[in-house]
Write a protein that binds this ligand. Structure first.
Ligand code: SF4
Ligand code: SF4
Ligand code: SF4
Length: 406
């Protein structure tokens, strides 16, 4: 029995007390069970997983037909997707053996004018992360689409809008956001109070050396496929190393061996099941009478989080990540996006939760008012249920009811 087995389960034989009596031994077991800390992942469910990087060896110099061309672009995102490409460790260096990196704003040179000067479809693959939220994003993704044979929508912001698309919930759109950021938030208000008139970003300023422009924000943040045609998508916030390896290995097979790429429309790194089906936690479909956050309770390491009153989006989320969050006692927030059969992720989760309220005739232990009370304890329901998928929801922005019912 290994060290951790002993720690979490106890070693009955070796822990037998000096006098060896059964009664004493049992007491020790009871004590061990009470004292053992709860593991975030049950020991019986731990698996030794192969290193995904083993499937993507260092590349052997330039492909026989010459280097392919690769572009990486970030639109509206946090930069995490760009950094995730470096999860390939030293292999990222040999990607440059396979491909000329013609653009990668975070890591390499490559200007917009260089891309404009290229022939259509001259870039073999463009990997684009981030959502589309301003004129520059839209211009660049359309340009890269025109110049690329293949476009990969990389990461949750690109695939579903991600967290930038939560801006769609602001009723006044970009004007309200800019007003808050530049005039109302405490630090900027203190600055603006020292000015004769508010200092606000302009989209165009004439200077002696010419015109300087800034991109214009849009009211609605869009996913990449709402703006350009895409060939593949890889969800994840950011995508897992397994998905990245799958993508790079497919591109390497294409570049070195002429192996056909996956069919257009393929979503890389996902299963055809829900996250619940790869989650190791035991689902008992217990009724919800209280909603809690993980830090408010001693989370049972084996039981489904929903059964413990923690809102988890696993039932509406497509599988593929290996249930990374729920294994670490955190609920799934749906970064992999919905399954194929779910068209409206937030509503689907609302429905799943509603089915767990104890309102059936057989056990009506809580009425309508109680349910309103329970749901009121979710501080930001829209932000919670649409944390990653706002751009793709049926109503993808705040709707303001005007006077006269319009
Ligand atoms: S998907 Fe996540 S990691 Fe990638 S850019 Fe968006 S917020 Fe950042
Ligand atoms: S609801 Fe969440 S915790 Fe429960 S089985 Fe599904 S993914 Fe796991
Ligand atoms: S468990 Fe959910 S939120 Fe966490 S990585 Fe997987 S899909 Fe994303």
């Amino acid at each position: 029995m290994g060290f951790f087995d002993k720690l979490f389960k106890g070693d009955k034989k070796k822990e037998k007390c000096d006098c060896g009596c059964e009664e004493h031994d049992k007491k020790k077991d009871v004590h061990a069970a009470k004292a053992a800390p709860k593991a975030a992942v049950p020991a019986k469910q731990e698996q030794v997983q192969a290193n995904p990087l083993d499937k993507f060896p260092l590349l052997p110099g330039a492909p026989p037909g010459g280097k392919i061309k690769l572009a990486v672009y970030w639109a509206a995102g946090c930069g995490g997707c760009d950094v995730s490409l470096l999860d390939t460790a030293e292999r990222i260096l040999t990607v440059a053996d396979m491909a000329d990196i013609v653009m990668w704003p975070i890591a390499a040179d490559g200007k917009e004018k260089d891309i404009v000067a290229m022939k259509d479809k001259e870039i073999t693959v463009s990997i684009i992360n981030g959502a589309v939220r301003n004129t520059e994003n839209e211009h660049m993704v359309k340009l890269l689409r025109q110049k690329s044979l293949l476009v990969v929508s990389y990461g949750t912001c690109a695939c579903f809008g991600g967290s930038p698309a939560l801006a769609n919930l602001v009723p006044g759109g970009k004007d309200e956001i800019l007003d808050y950021v530049y005039k109302q938030c405490p630090s900027m208000k203190a600055f603006q109070d020292t000015q004769k008139s508010p200092v606000l970003p302009q989209t165009s300023v004439k200077t002696p050396d010419g015109e300087i422009t800034l991109p214009m924000m849009y009211d609605v943040v869009k996913s990449l496929d709402q703006v350009i045609d895409i060939d593949y998508s890889i969800p994840g916030c950011p995508p897992t190393i397994e998905s990245i390896v799958q993508l790079l290995a497919a591109v390497a097979e294409f570049a070195y061996n002429g192996v056909a790429l996956p069919p257009k429309g393929t979503m890389i790194g996902v299963t055809d099941k829900t996250l619940c089906e790869e989650c190791p936690r035991k689902k008992e479909m217990r009724r919800i009478t209280k909603i809690v956050e993980p830090h408010e309770i001693d989370v049972d390491p084996e039981l489904c989080l929903m059964d413990q009153g923690i809102l988890c989006l696993g039932a509406a989320t497509v599988g593929g990540c290996g249930a990374k969050c729920t294994r670490a006692a955190q609920p799934c927030r749906g970064c992999y996006g919905p399954t194929k059969v779910v068209s409206e992720m937030g509503a689907s989760v609302f429905t799943a939760i509603a089915s767990l309220f104890p309102v059936l005739d057989k056990d009506p232990i809580c009425g309508e008012d109680d349910i309103i009370d329970i749901m009121s304890s979710v501080k930001d329901p829209l932000g919670y249920f649409y944390a990653y998928s706002m751009s793709k929801s049926l109503i993808n922005r705040a709707v303001v009811e005007k006077k006269g019912g319009q």
